[in-house]
Design a protein around this ligand. Structure first.
Ligand SMILES: [Zn+2]
Ligand SMILES: [Zn+2]
Length: 392
């Protein structure tokens, strides 16, 4: 493996890559609006001698690089490009110039790291096979990966494996975390509507009370995870919205609750769904109300393939040493649409340490910033992984 060599080369380019990352950070774009970002990516890829395809899933960009060491498998490396609808609280020079939008998840850094890797590998394609660089839109809830798959990504690029990487605040710079199985949870969204006969606040006996029932329902839902889920399995149920009423003297006819469920297995999701519906119907009937539950499928759980994860860990160990590659980190209850790629091909998604997260430098915080120290390390990791997986 040639980890050291890649790292030395990467470090010599770091100053330029920082400029790229700052440029991307200053101009964040939301899901499916990443036109400036996509143009930036495509222009850089062309400058490395690649021939990018644009407009996949609206704003996605893909480029293919053939190795110079002959025949071999095709693998994909993926970065996400979208920002979040968060007003940036940072005041440094590269802070967002787009009001209300911010790269608060580090996708500016992911894009820069994958571009940097494309630059390194295009200059020295010392591998046997083909690398597909994937810059996807709309990771933050928009399902850009799902859309790429639906539009025929794997038919067009029949890759054997696909790899992803996310920066991770709380993990020190210079460290990686690699999970052999589950790494990010799956999500589902629910919306519950309680309906009854609204009435005068002073005459509750002449109607039904959706507010009292809604409050009871929120309480009862707390027992779903604590009483219906194996204590050794991870699951979260959070009620995050409760809307009802417009006046102080009216008991409204309708209340709406909404929230999210996180878990790692389809069986657990159906168990939790069932429990929510049963408790909901029970509470509604106890209060003389009707109830509707709507489900919105979010992202499936992100489950790494053990063999692909092992290759990622080997590449990371070659780069930073075994003591800096954590194989035992618990998975996150956050979600990631890279999961849609992993539903179709083996692969793995690793975390690269972004530092301690001090001063609110946490994912989705208005004080977050991607750590530029990762640029050369991340690029060298991608290049090392490619030459390792596609070694002749
Ligand atoms: Zn995010
Ligand atoms: Zn993210």
């Amino acid at each position: 493996m040639e980890a050291r060599r890649w790292l030395v080369r990467a470090q010599s380019r770091e100053r330029v890559w920082r400029e790229w990352r700052h440029e991307l950070h200053a101009h964040p774009e939301l899901a499916y609006e990443e036109r400036r970002t996509a143009a930036f990516v495509a222009e850089r890829l062309r400058s490395f001698g690649l021939d990018p395809v644009e407009g996949l899933a609206e704003t996605g960009v893909v480029a293919v690089l053939e190795g110079r060491r002959g025949e071999g498998p095709m693998i994909a490396l993926r970065a996400d490009m979208d920002a979040l609808p968060i007003p940036e609280a940072n005041t440094f020079a590269h802070a967002s110039r787009e009001p209300g939008k911010m790269h608060a998840c580090g996708h500016d850094g992911h894009t820069a790291m994958l571009l940097a890797a494309a630059e390194l590998l295009a200059a020295d394609p010392a591998f046997a096979g083909t690398v597909v660089f994937v810059f996807q839109p709309a990771e933050e809830g928009g399902g850009g990966a799902k859309r790429m798959v639906e539009e025929g990504f794997f038919e067009r690029y029949p890759v054997r494996e696909i790899y992803g990487m996310h920066n991770w605040p709380g993990l020190p710079v210079g460290q990686f975390a690699v999970h052999s199985g589950p790494v990010m949870a799956g999500t589902e969204r629910f919306r519950i509507v309680l309906r009854g006969r609204g009435t005068h606040a002073a005459m509750p006996h002449l109607g039904d009370d959706v507010i009292a029932a809604g409050a009871a329902l929120v309480q009862s839902l707390q027992t779903v995870v604590s009483r219906r889920v194996d204590p050794l399995q991870a699951a979260v149920l959070s009620v995050t919205q409760f809307h009802a009423g417009h006046a102080f003297n009216v008991i409204p006819a309708e209340a709406e609750l909404a929230g999210t469920v996180r878990a790692f297995s389809p069986e657990l999701f159906s168990r939790i769904r069932e429990a929510i519906e049963r408790i909901g119907q029970g509470v509604a009937s106890a209060y003389g109300l009707s109830l509707d539950v709507e489900w919105d499928e979010g992202y499936p759980p992100t489950i790494n393939t053990a063999s692909a994860a092992a290759r990622c860990a080997e590449a990371a160990v070659a780069l930073v040493g075994a003591q800096n590659v954590c194989r035992e980190a618990p998975p996150s209850m956050g979600a990631e649409d890279f999961a849609f790629f992993l539903q179709h091909r083996p692969g793995a998604y690793v975390w690269i340490g972004n530092g301690p997260g001090e001063g609110g430098c946490l994912l989705h915080s208005p004080h977050y910033d991607f750590n530029d120290e990762l640029l050369s390390l991340g690029a060298a990791y991608w290049a090392t992984l490619v030459t390792h997986v596609l070694s002749a």
